[in-house]
Design a binder for this molecule. Structure first.
Ligand SMILES: Nc1ncnc2c1ncn2[C@@H]1O[C@H](COP(=O)(O)OP(=O)(O)O)[C@@H](O)[C@H]1O
Ligand SMILES: [Mg+2]
Length: 390
């Protein structure tokens, strides 16, 4: 491949890349460091602390917590303490305690086999292992609001906050848990006992302003683009679009705008990324569904979404009925040579919880946020992404 005139390293725009510097989140990182850093001084006699990280989509909750996890483990290492931060994403790592804890155990060590263990036994074995190896654990549960909606009977908060009671006596090898949610509303799904053991430690992640988004994106432009390819006014426009409704500050959308505008500029043979490129791309993306959302779906759910998009295009409407969706889905399954899933309705419900699908009634199923943008362009784009289902 010849050298791109536009990009230096387009991976730096991926939603999974975490830059070293996280502008405008220093305060949140310092807060976490002061809470858990202090515990390192007295690690053998410490009690776990539970913290919530709360803020809307794209405010840096995930990347800040992961970066903090690296910083604290590094700090511990320098002090001769073996501290592991394990990051669990409930959307990816499981919506039952059984699956979630086996993934947790697997991330800590391959030495414990969770086969035929109950969730409680898994935690117990994990604690025994950590004590024996003198490892301290800090665990983050991201997208916990999604978990409690899908599985209101799986009381992980109860389990995790009760760890000190499982085997009384120091040391307690779990020094804390961080629960990440979009809003405090996730408490509605907890039992009152869980709410009280959780405590009051909340770190807020406010929406970024246009100016803050500009600082964040400017760093990325430097890493991802050739020098002087992204004009100042281009960056201004992206930051403004990202900060205002309907995007409301979700940096993920800003990064996608940068990425697709760069691709467009490249395909048009332009040597600069201009505001015109941004406008073209912006009219074709859906500010409420990002590439990351789609990547987090399994194949069957992507096929259901593909069927929905096909159905909406065929009927040239913002909504189709659940029955029609099922018909389109059966056709898609034939095309991809897969058996239709039995839990079709649960999967549609899951897509609704994820904020991807919008259902007003059994007769009105649509794609979230689709009414806000040029539906035709948006569906075309989504279709292109979905049709890459392997
Ligand atoms: N302060 C920041 N500095 C640099 N990049 C950021 C910052 N905040 C968010 N991002 C980027 O924006 C994207 C979304 O952030 P993320 O942490 O996933 O948000 P949230 O978990 O709150 O939805 C990520 O790709 C991340 O790298
Ligand atoms: Mg996140």
């Amino acid at each position: 491949m010849s050298k791109s005139l536009i990009f230096k390293d387009r991976n730096k725009l991926s939603p999974y890349y975490i830059p070293k510097r996280l502008p405008h989140r220093e305060q949140q990182i310092n807060m976490l460091l002061s809470i858990y850093g202090r515990m390192l001084e007295n690690i053998w006699e410490t009690y776990p602390r539970f913290i919530e990280v709360i803020g809307p989509a794209g405010t840096g909750k995930t990347c800040t917590t992961i970066r903090f996890g690296e910083l604290i483990s590094e700090k511990a290492r320098r002090e001769g303490i073996n501290l592991q931060h394990v990051y669990m994403n409930c959307k990816v790592d499981g919506t039952t305690r059984y699956v979630l804890y086996s993934n947790l155990v697997r991330k800590v060590t391959p030495k414990i086999s969770t086969k035929s263990l109950s969730p409680e036994e898994m935690l117990k074995q994990l604690i025994d292992y950590l004590k024996f190896e003198e490892i301290f654990l800090l665990v983050t549960f991201d997208e916990i609001d999604y978990f409690v909606q899908i599985s209101p009977r799986e009381h992980i908060v109860y389990d995790i906050t009760r760890i000190p009671e499982m085997q009384p006596g120091a040391p307690i090898p779990v020094i804390g848990g961080i629960f990440i949610a979009r809003s405090i509303k996730w408490h509605d799904y907890l039992e009152s006992g869980e709410r009280s053991t959780l405590g009051r430690g909340i770190i807020e992640f406010p929406r970024y302003t246009s100016k803050q988004i500009r600082d964040i994106l400017a760093d990325r432009v430097e890493e991802a683009f050739q020098p002087n390819t992204v004009l100042d006014e281009t960056l201004d426009l992206i930051s403004d679009l990202t900060a205002s409704p309907p995007v409301n500050g979700d940096v993920r959308v800003g990064l996608e705008l940068l990425y697709y505008s760069g691709i467009l500029a490249e395909n048009m043979g332009s040597s600069k990324v201009t505001p015109e490129h941004i406008r073209k791309v912006y009219s074709g993306i859906n500010p409420t569904i990002t590439a990351e959302d789609i990547l987090s779906l399994d194949k069957d759910s992507r096929l259901i979404l593909l069927a929905l998009v096909r159905g909406l295009r065929a009927s040239r409407a913002a909504y189709i009925s659940l029955r029609d969706l099922r018909k389109f889905y059966n056709v898609v399954c034939e095309e991809y040579h897969v058996k239709p899933v039995e839990d079709f309705e649960e999967r549609v419900q899951d897509l609704i919880y994820r904020g991807i699908v919008d259902m007003k009634s059994l007769l009105e199923v649509g794609v979230s946020g689709a009414a806000l943008v040029d539906l035709e362009r948006f569906l075309n784009n989504l279709l292109k992404q979905l049709e890459q289902i392997e």
